[in-house]
Structures are given as C-alpha cells and as structure tokens.
Design a protein around this ligand. Structure first.
Ligand code: HEM
Length: 500
C-alpha cells in the first residue's frame, strides 16, 4: 500500500516536472524569443531585478545580449529594449502592438482598478479618457495662466531659499515648487507654503514611494493580499485611500460650485467636458465619465508629474552649480533677451542655450530611466525577435541617453549638442533623446512640463547665483531614491546668493 502511494507520488511529481518543461519549452518552439540570462522557474532572474539602479544593470546586460533581451521578474516574462532603433520600431512603427500596460496589485491600488490613464491598458476606454485629458490640458495651457502660476509659486519658494543660511539640500524646496504648482493647476486654490492639506498630500505620496520600492510581494502573488497581506501592502493601501478621500472631497466641492462661464482649473475643465456630453444626451459616453474616472485623471495629472519634474530640477541645480561657466552663459542669455521681467512660454524661442541645458539635464540626469512598463496586446516582433502577446516590455531610456552611437562622451554635460551653427535648437539632433517616451503612450504632461521647467529654471537663474558649498567638488553621480528607475544627484547641497 505504502509502495503504491510512493509510486503514485513519483508519477505525479514526474508529470508536474514534465508539464512545467513542456510549458516553458512550448514558447521556444513556437517563437523566436530574444536571448537572455538563464532564469529559475517561479523566482526568475531575482539576482538581476532585486538590484538597485536596475537601469544600469540592464544596460550592462544589453552589452552581452544585444539591444533586445529577455528577463523573468518572478514568473513574469519581460523584454527590455535598449536602443533607439528598437524602441522606435516597437512604440512608433508597430503602432498599438506595444501600447498595453501590465496589471499588478500596486497598479490596481493606485488607480482604483485601472480607471486612470497611466496604468490602464490600451482600450477604447483608455483612448477616450486620454483624449479628454489632452483637451483639458490644452485648454488650460491657453492664455497666460501657467506663467502667472509659475511666477507666484516661484516667488514664494525662492524667498524661502533666500532665507537659508549657508548650504542646504534643495529637495524639499523643489518639492514645494512642483507640488504647489500642480495643486493650483488641478484645484485652482492658491495655498501658502506649509499649508496642512498640501503637506498631507506630499507626506502620503512620499510614504507610497518609499514603501513601494521595486514592488511588493503581492505583485508577484496577488492572492496574498486577501489571505496574508504584507505590512508594505497595508501601508500603501492606507496612504492611497487617504489621498483619494481627499481628492474626492475636492471633486465634490468643484461639482457644487461649478460654473460653465467661470472655468477655474483643470478639474473644472474635466467637469466642463462632462457637461458638454450631458448636453448632447450621449448616454454611452456619459457612462464613461463617472466621478471615479474623472478623479483618476486628476490624480494622474497631479501625481505623475511631481517626482519627474522635481528630479529634473534637482539635476539642473546639480549641473549648473558644478559648472559655473555654463550657468554664467545661461544668465547672460537671459539678461540679453528678457532681462529681469517674468519669463513667458514664448521666451523659449529666444533662450536656446538655456533650453539646451534643460534638454541636456533630461539626458544626462537620470529621471524616469525605465519609464512605465508596456505590454504587448498581440503577438508581435521587434529587432528580429518574436514577442508574444502579454509580454511586459521595458524601455531603458537610460540606455538610449548613454548610447555612444548618438552621444559623444555621454557622461559629459554639454548643451552644445543640441544647437546648430547659428546657436538655435536643432530638432535633427534629438535622435535617441526620449525622456518623455514616444508613440501612443507618450507622456501626457510633456506639453506642460517642458515650458514649465524652462520657466522655473529661468526664475532661479534670474534671481540667484547658485554654487556648491565651499570646498565641495562637483559630483554628477546619482543615487537610488526609492522610486523605480529614478536617481537623484547624490548628497546635493547648494548655496544661493542674490544677484545684484
Ligand atoms: C520632466 C518631467 C516628466 C518626465 C521626464 C515624464 C516622463 C514620462 C514617461 C517616461 C512616461 C511613460 C511613457 C510610456 O509609457 O512610454 C510618462 C507617462 C505619463 N506622464 Fe509624464 N513625465 C514628466 C512630467 C509629467 C507631468 C508634468 C505630467 C502631468 C501633467 C505627466 C503625466 C503623465 C501621464 C498621465 C503619463 C501616462 C501616459 C499614458 O499612459 O498614456 N508627466 N511620463
């Protein structure tokens, strides 16, 4: 009897192992998959994906396996794209093939079940909301609202920077600049720095970022959240629930006071879009515009731009404080073209050198190195390899920005790379420059971020001379800062002095 059950157990085990082998080998016969390091079943390439500064590790692997290679995160197959040619082939030439988003426990939490734009997969619903949000942002950017908002916020925060005695870490000031800016853009109200509502949101955002790191165990094994939720999952859920409660309250206030003849902010622009649909009586569209979907669009615009914009500003300060001759050239250009008046979006044309410094900051600084993960929505191919439907695809923006085929001495900060012989920005020199990504999933906020960051930097350069503390040498090396695929300048401290 015992012998029989041992035989049965052996049979089951052999059948299981053979089943696993057939499952994994099937793909090898059906598809020409990209190469990659050997991985363990279930845990995958843990030794790779558990490392900090993953984008750097992936760039190293691409030297061995080529620009398209495969990796397993747990049991989930990933494909990593590491140069401009394969990235453009995938996200532009192949249209929507690579435009999906993978699902995960954290993504679902952050978007109330994928009802936002950034984390929802490619679908008619996503297309609809992306169109509405694009239009709302475009309407918002008309006129001089962004200029006024930037001036207001910059003055407040720069006064606080000026009051610093000696060297200081700029992170919290830059967080304030960006957060208060996006707060007013979304909700209209101008808040004083230190406002408890805004401080509360900054705290919850930082807590989610810090806890999330490179993912939580529920991302690999989703059922754990129902049977044995981890401490990190519980912390994230609590913080997200609190932040959404707050955003819902703001949405309610806006609904109660909405006046189609007085559009105050982005939330009003979205409510306006809903009221236009109401007037047409198009029931099908109206059902797509529930409060949850509107709130998730607001939440994306609010949170997707905060860290990326702040880290760009941190890198900008790092480069210009370490390279005083470049800072002086920007200040000269600003002085000659706009003097001390408030910068506007239109000034971009007359500040090519300063703008080139910001482009170079976005290349040489590491901002959203791995962007957001994509997902193939059908069987497709890239770089000569097959990529089956349902594969997660990462774009290694860092690899594109360090590619020596496009950038001579990529580790050097050199704004002249982008200028033609007349000192104007040359769009032909922007191949392999892709901080905002491209194609269907290109960053929704690019049209806001570019002029906004330029204006913020001009404000800083007009008012301050920015330097490193005495005796400190320039250091353009980044360090891991909790958010997947970002680096902040290591130990950055600056000194600001008012310019006469
Ligand atoms: C320097 C600033 C910024 C950088 C470098 C940046 C970069 C990116 C990148 C790399 C992506 C992923 C694109 C992809 O999936 O291939 C993205 C997506 C997105 N960004 Fe930005 N971003 C910035 C600022 C902003 C701002 C200010 C906003 C809001 C106004 C914003 C809103 C979004 C949204 C909503 C998405 C998701 C788009 C989609 O999935 O369709 N971003 N961004």
């Amino acid at each position: 009897m015992l012998g029989l059950s041992i035989v049965n157990a052996q049979t089951v085990l052999v059948a299981f192992v053979v089943g696993l082998l057939v499952y994994y080998m099937r793909k090898w016969f059906l598809y020409r998959l990209p190469p990659g390091p050997w991985s363990f079943p279930l845990v995958g390439n843990y030794e790779v994906y558990s490392k900090p500064l993953l984008h750097r590790v992936l760039l190293k692997l691409s030297k061995k396996y080529g620009p398209v290679f495969r990796l397993s995160f747990g049991h989930v197959p990933f494909v990593i794209l590491n140069n401009y040619e394969v990235v453009m082939e995938a996200i532009v030439k192949k249209k929507a093939d690579f435009a999906g988003r993978p699902s995960s426990t954290t993504f679902s939490l952050l978007s109330e079940g994928y009802k936002d734009i950034a984390l929802a997969t490619y679908s008619p619903m996503w297309q609809y909301h992306r169109r509405i949000a694009t239009k709302a942002l475009r309407n918002y950017l008309q006129g001089d609202l962004l200029e006024k908002l930037t001036q207001d916020n910059m003055t407040k925060v720069m006064n606080m920077m000026a009051a610093e005695k000696g060297p200081f870490e700029p992170k919290s000031h830059l967080d304030n600049i960006v957060f208060y800016q996006l707060y007013t853009l979304c909700f209209g109200e101008k808040k004083d720095i230190g406002d408890p509502e805004v401080e509360f949101l900054i705290r919850e955002k930082d807590l989610v970022n810090k806890t999330m790191e490179n993912g939580i165990r529920e991302d690999l094994l989703p059922f754990l959240k129902d049977v044995y939720p981890s401490k990190r999952y519980t912390i994230i859920k609590k913080a997200v629930d609190k932040a959404f409660d707050f955003l819902y309250r703001k949405l309610e206030e806006h609904k109660e006071t909405f006046d189609a003849n007085n559009i105050r902010d982005l939330t009003d622009h979205l409510l306006m879009a809903r009221s236009e649909v109401e007037r047409t009586g198009d029931e099908e569209s109206l059902q797509k515009l529930t409060d949850t979907y509107l709130l998730q669009t607001i939440s994306d615009i609010f949170f997707a731009g905060v860290d990326t914009t702040r880290i760009t500003l941190e890198w900008f300060l790092c480069f210009i404080s370490g390279l005083p001759e470049i800072q002086a050239k920007c200040q000269k250009e600003i002085e000659q073209n706009i003097g001390r008046r408030c910068p506007s979006i239109a000034d971009r044309q007359s500040l090519p050198y300063t703008e080139a410094c910001i482009y170079e900051t976005m290349r040489a600084g590491v901002i959203a190195a791995l962007g957001l993960p994509h997902l193939t929505i059908c069987d497709t191919n890239v770089g000569g390899y097959d990529v089956p439907k349902g594969t997660v695809v990462l774009i290694n923006h860092y690899a594109l920005h360090q590619d020596t085929n496009y950038w001579k001495d990529p580790e050097k900060f050199n704004p002249l790379r982008y200028l033609d012989e007349n000192g104007k920005m040359d769009p032909k020199k922007l191949d392999s420059w892709l901080p905002f990504s491209a194609g269907r999933r290109v960053c929704l906020g690019e049209s806001v971020a570019k002029p906004e960051i330029l204006m913020m930097c001009v404000h800083l350069l007009q008012r301050f001379h920015i330097s490193l503390p005495e005796g400190v040498k320039p250091n353009f090396v980044g360090e891991h800062r909790n958010v997947f695929g970002t680096e902040s300048p290591a130990d950055l401290e600056i000194v600001v002095t008012e310019r006469s």
